[in-house]
Design a binder for this molecule. Structure first.
Ligand SMILES: [Zn+2]
Length: 389
């Protein structure tokens, strides 16, 4: 035998065959096990009661890797895991439906491959169109429409040249098997999509069931990867999303339909409040500096003012830069060991150096404005030190 019967006859799940090559890596006279290939995983199941661990095409024949050994020339029964096969057929056909949906949405579309895992399926689109959140929703809507419309899915082998000349057929030139052979297998969703494909498919799109688009990513090479789920994993995702939407709506005391509007309104409100808070903070800082300046003192014949303020490093520097004219030096310190110094006649950097020598930490700056951080003392101790001399 040469190839699996599975793609042509995906409904046969129990069969008898003669063992042509015995041992643990079995070759049969014919098989309905689908060998891993083209993005579809190998069928699971049993052969003469032994688990089939893997099925691969090796040198043109299907090799069944089993959990045991079989004798050559015996007749054995093969049983394909119906649930997993059904999942693969649905997932695989869904990938064609998704690609067909992409044909309606994207410009200059090319096929970049696909892959099925038990949780999700991915399809790689080659397109310059940006696939954003809205596009993902459109893709999902279209795929599910294709399912609902119950379109027939058919497959046939065409002579290679005829298949390649059909412009409506999607080829994956990187991985598609059969391009080299004399005939090419074309899988068609009636009025929706046609692709060169060697996998197993359901005969009608309604048998795909609900499709949930999960996410997109960029694997490189100009491809956009779209991930989706069929069956329980897809339904589970929708459940999670629905629960999140309902819970959010409940917290915001609105309904799901108004959720976006309400979140948008709250974000605007937050931004406005944030701005107001910043304005009030700087106003407060100004008042605080005014009262610090009003409490100025003499130190070595210069007019100093020093006080504790609760502000971040940027606000501190900005504040001392605006040192009032009747002061020679303004020192602002925070409760958590940061300070800034502004001065006209003195070198602010030297003042900072003197203070960090006494209180630890480090800093520097220009003669006009300098700052320090990591002091071992709080701001009050620094102010007391300056006033005490
Ligand atoms: Zn296919």
């Amino acid at each position: 035998m040469t190839a699996s019967n599975a793609p042509e006859d995906p409904e046969t799940l129990t069969f008898e065959a003669t063992v042509e090559r015995g041992g643990g890596e079995v070759v049969l006279s014919e098989t309905y096990f689908y060998p891993a290939g083209g993005g579809q995983p190998a069928d699971r199941g049993t052969l003469a009661g032994y688990d089939v661990l893997d099925a691969q095409t090796e040198n043109g024949v299907v090799v069944h890797h089993i959990d045991g050994e079989l004798d050559a020339d015996t007749t054995v029964t093969g049983e394909i895991d119906a649930e997993f096969r059904r999942y693969c057929m649905r997932a695989h056909t869904a990938s064609h439906a998704l690609y067909g949906a992409g044909r309606q949405l994207f410009e200059e579309l090319g096929y970049g491959g696909f892959d099925i895992t038990p949780e999700k399926v991915r399809v790689d689109f080659r397109t310059p169109t940006e696939i954003d959140d809205d596009t993902l929703v459109d893709l999902e809507t279209l795929v599910n429409r294709c399912v609902w419309e119950s379109r027939d899915v058919t497959w046939e082998r065409l002579p290679r040249e005829e298949a390649l000349s059909r412009e409506d057929v999607a080829f994956n030139t990187k991985t598609e098997e059969g391009i080299e052979s004399e005939t090419v297998r074309i899988v068609e969703i009636d009025g929706w999509d046609a692709a060169a494909c060697g996998g197993t498919h359901v005969p009608n799109t309604r048998r795909i069931g609900p499709v949930t688009v999960l996410d997109r990513s960029n694997p490189g090479e100009g491809l956009t990867r779209v991930e989706f789920a069929v069956g329980p994993p897809g339904v589970e995702r929708r459940t999670t999303e629905k629960q999140a939407a309902l819970a959010s709506a409940r917290i915001l005391e609105t309904n799901v339909d108004s959720l976006t509007e309400e979140v948008d309104r709250l974000r605007t409100e937050r931004d406005t409040l944030r701005e107001e808070r910043e304005d009030l903070r700087s106003e407060l800082l100004e008042y605080r500096i005014e009262s610090i300046a009003a409490d100025a003192f003499d130190r070595d014949g210069r007019r100093w003012a020093a006080g504790v303020v609760d502000a971040d490093a940027n606000a501190l520097s900005a504040a001392v830069r605006e040192c009032p004219d009747d002061l020679d030096v303004l020192v602002l310190a925070t409760p958590n060991g940061q300070l800034a110094v502004g001065s006209g006649p003195l070198d602010a950097g030297e003042v900072v150096a003197e203070l960090t020598e006494t209180f630890g930490g480090g800093g520097g700056g220009s003669p006009d404005v300098a700052q320090a951080g990591g002091l071992d003392a709080d701001g009050a101790a620094v102010v007391e030190h300056l006033r005490g001399q």
